[in-house]
Unconditional design. Structure first.
Length: 251
């Protein structure tokens, strides 16, 4: 009777350990060298076992970091009042923001149009990463009218939450006016930020948030890791204007 390839036995053993909770979502698996030593095989055999788990969507590799147990995608509602931290805490995950830059510069045409500014008016740019349980799930760039919020840049240096920063600068509440979704491939820089391979699928969300009077206060671009976030919509939370943008922006 023909014996099963050794790599299949190793893959089955690792799959069983994942199923029993010895390795949980987001945990790093042993390296090829460690698996080679544990099972008494060469690294090629260990690599083939890990590749089999990846082919069956149980694990994913991060360049330069290793192989990790794949997490269940995070459900991320898109609606009038969407707050990153609230979303993650509601799902039982720990939210975190990592700031990449905060700067004030002239707006480009898209930013000026979205914020109802004259071209060249200054905006505050806030760029960073959104993480869930220390795993990056999104890369974001948000722009705010500098003339209206002269103290916002300083606030964001101290408070990473946009909601808290806006509240400290006079905005008690704000809503999402519109969202446009498209699909993109990760650039080399985004792949580095999101610990994924270059060209991996991203969901790009372009949105405008407004104050209680309907004035634009934030223009945002967010690139969600396609295998870590599932964007969800509810007719109760998405208004007619936003529904139209969603329907006409399919990739």
């Amino acid at each position: 009777m023909a014996r099963s390839p050794i790599w299949k036995s190793i893959a089955a053993e690792l799959e069983g350990e994942i199923a029993r909770g010895l390795y949980r979502a987001g945990d790093k698996l042993p390296t090829e060298a460690e698996l080679s030593s544990r099972f008494g095989v060469n690294r090629h055999t260990a690599r083939r076992a890990l590749a089999d788990l990846a082919e069956r969507d149980l694990v994913h590799s991060r360049r330069g970091a290793g192989v990790f147990v794949k997490a269940t995608p995070l459900d991320y509602p898109i609606g009038e009042r969407v707050r990153f931290s609230q979303n993650l805490r509601a799902s039982g995950r720990l939210p975190e923001k990592r700031v990449l830059r905060i700067e004030t510069r002239p707006a480009d045409r898209a930013e000026a149009d979205a914020l109802a500014l004259s071209e060249g008016a200054e905006v505050i740019v806030y760029e960073g990463l959104s993480l869930a349980e220390a795993m990056p799930v999104a890369h974001f760039i948000s722009c705010f009218p500098a003339a209206r919020f002269p103290g916002l840049a300083s606030t964001l240096e101290e408070v990473t939450s946009v909601t808290k920063a806006l509240k400290a600068n006079g905005i008690e509440d704000y809503t999402r006016a519109r969202t446009r979704l498209t699909a993109e491939a990760a650039t080399p820089t985004q792949a580095l930020h999101l610990t994924m391979r270059e060209g991996a699928p991203l969901l790009r969300a372009e949105s405008v948030n407004v104050d209680a009077e309907g004035q634009p206060i934030e223009y945002g671009l967010t690139w969600f890791a396609g295998d870590r976030v599932a964007l969800t919509f509810s007719s109760d939370d998405v208004g007619p204007q936003e529904q139209t943008a969603l329907q006409t922006s399919s990739p």
